[in-house]
Design a protein around this ligand. Structure first.
Ligand code: SF4
Ligand code: SF4
Length: 216
């Protein structure tokens, strides 16, 4: 289902304050959905899942999102989990293609003025952050300031982690976190690569995304 003006209005009446809209290809229905969300006055993020089939379009998508009234573009490199795991051969990015995607988005961010950030981290050992001054690079904050809650009320450290910590419909957030402190701590400490434990690169990288393709 695509977001329309009236649906966006109903969602705002129900209390929605922010829209995050998947913007993986320059589809006119998605463009209209971004415009419908922006028309409500709420903040809008266009989320671009960057994969092998669209990495050359991040500049176009960034400019389109800006033109349709989005406030930000989140660049989410493809993560091979869920249904994506099945199709990872076609979707995984080569390092050079990820760098091309960043370069194109960086230029479009400079041209259009829209705020662009990496939703899924791109580690400083994968891309030299200073080469992309228009992009804000993020680190992983799962189980810290970021959590995932599904429609059944289940709490997880992140949307890619299948481990359910508890249910917010039957327990308080505080109780669940206190009860599962060890498990959360283990997840926070887990690194995809041994290199991370002896990393001397500056910055606050906490090992990048625990589920994404690693290039180091
Ligand atoms: S902590 Fe790991 S992912 Fe981050 S820069 Fe160092 S080696 Fe790369
Ligand atoms: S593990 Fe990956 S997907 Fe999960 S919060 Fe961290 S960066 Fe995001």
């Amino acid at each position: 289902m695509f977001l329309t003006k009236s649906l966006a209005g109903s969602l705002v009446s129900a209390g929605i304050e922010h829209f995050d809209i998947g913007f993986t290809k320059p589809d006119s229905r998605v463009k209209l959905a971004v415009a419908a969300a922006a028309g409500t006055g709420c903040s809008v993020t266009a989320s671009v899942c960057v994969h092998n089939g669209n990495y050359g379009e991040t500049g176009t998508l960034t400019k389109m999102a800006a033109a349709m009234g989005a406030d930000a573009v989140a660049l989410n490199r493809f993560v091979p989990t869920g249904r994506g795991r099945k199709n990872q051969k076609n979707l995984l990015l080569k390092k050079q293609d990820l760098l091309t995607a960043l370069e194109l988005a960086n230029q479009a961010a400079g041209d259009s003025g829209i705020f662009v950030y990496t939703g899924i981290p791109v580690e400083p050992c994968t891309a030299q952050w200073e080469l992309f001054p228009e992009i804000t690079f993020s680190t992983c904050h799962c189980g810290e300031v970021k959590w995932a809650i599904d429609t059944a009320g289940n709490l997880r450290t992140c949307e890619q982690n299948p481990e359910i910590l508890g249910n917010l419909l039957t327990d308080s957030f505080r109780k669940i976190v206190e009860r599962t402190e060890d498990s959360i701590g283990r997840f926070r400490q887990w690194r995809n690569s041994e290199n991370c434990f002896s990393c001397s690169l500056p910055g606050e990288c906490t090992g990048g995304c625990r589920f994404a393709e690693q290039y180091h």
